[in-house]
Write a protein that binds this ligand. Structure first.
Ligand SMILES: [Zn+2]
Length: 270
């Protein structure tokens, strides 16, 4: 019985590897989709000082792009205002979660509008953020985001300043931007940081049809045939044959026919 369970484990592992490869390839393909303009830029005012200190209200730009299988979120400082810091980021997140951020309804109607969100893959700002004037993250994957990258820069505006990216790999060289709309400065690069829940769910989704066809159906068919006294491999009628005799039709060895007897079941578990 060991060979059959080994085969099930190997085939299942292969199916999961395939599902993982499809999830990653799809996420990257959606990320590399030709032009990604940054959408829905609006302003968010928050207190940028820690609790207990005198408050100092600062306004930040917030950009939220959402399309099929791709998300990009960026926050950047308005020139002359304070750099982004973690206190401001925490308050922004609270405002967004409380639904107190975003454009008023009459302005939303004017164009495509995406409700601001603070996704879980947008990391908390580091302690040493004083130099950072902008902060952003991208995530890709379908149906759930499964890979993410982050970026920061030392001056304001999309793509400006000395940029630092992490968990990002450039596949297509950067080209000069054209047109008035600000574009995703990391376009041409793909995210690498796994988002565990999304990656597991997407992998299972893409692996499950293969697992059903290659593992579940053959295993169920073999079990049913064995119970009916047929050869589990080809369905040949085994009645009248010695238990140890290989199948005369396909040559299937005796091991796979043994679960019919109690002794066989006990041996199979061993
Ligand atoms: Zn057979």
């Amino acid at each position: 019985m060991r060979t059959r369970s080994t085969r099930i484990v190997l085939v299942t592992t292969g199916c999961l590897a395939f599902g993982l490869a499809v999830s990653v390839a799809l996420a990257w393909a959606l990320c590399l989709w030709p032009t990604r303009n940054l959408g829905n830029t609006f302003q968010l005012g928050v207190n940028s000082r820690p609790d207990g200190e005198r408050s100092s209200h600062t306004v930040y730009h917030w950009s939220n792009t959402r399309s099929v299988g791709f998300r990009h979120v960026a926050i950047w400082q308005i020139p002359g205002h304070e750099p982004i810091n973690r206190h401001a980021a925490r308050r922004m997140r609270e405002q967004i979660h409380a639904g107190k951020a975003g454009l008023p309804p009459d302005q939303r109607a004017a164009g495509p509008y995406v409700e601001p969100a603070w996704p879980s893959w947008l990391p908390t700002l580091p302690e040493d953020e004083t130099e950072r004037a902008q902060w952003g993250a991208r995530a890709a994957g379908w149906p759930l985001p499964c890979l993410a990258s982050r970026s920061s820069a030392t001056s304001t505006g999309p793509g400006a300043g000395t940029r630092q990216t992490s968990w990002s790999m450039r596949l297509i060289p950067a080209t000069p931007t054209s047109g008035a709309a600000p574009q995703d400065p990391d376009r041409g690069a793909v995210p690498l940081r796994p988002l565990p829940l999304g990656l597991a769910a997407n992998t299972l989704l893409f692996a499950s049809p293969l697992i059903i066809v290659l593992v579940v159906v053959p295993t169920a068919r073999g079990t049913i045939r064995r119970r009916r006294g047929l050869c589990p491999a080809c369905g040949y009628e085994r009645r009248g044959l010695e238990p140890g005799q290989p199948c005369p039709e396909c040559g299937q060895a005796r091991a796979n026919t043994e679960t019919r007897t109690h002794r066989g079941r006990a041996r199979a578990k061993a």
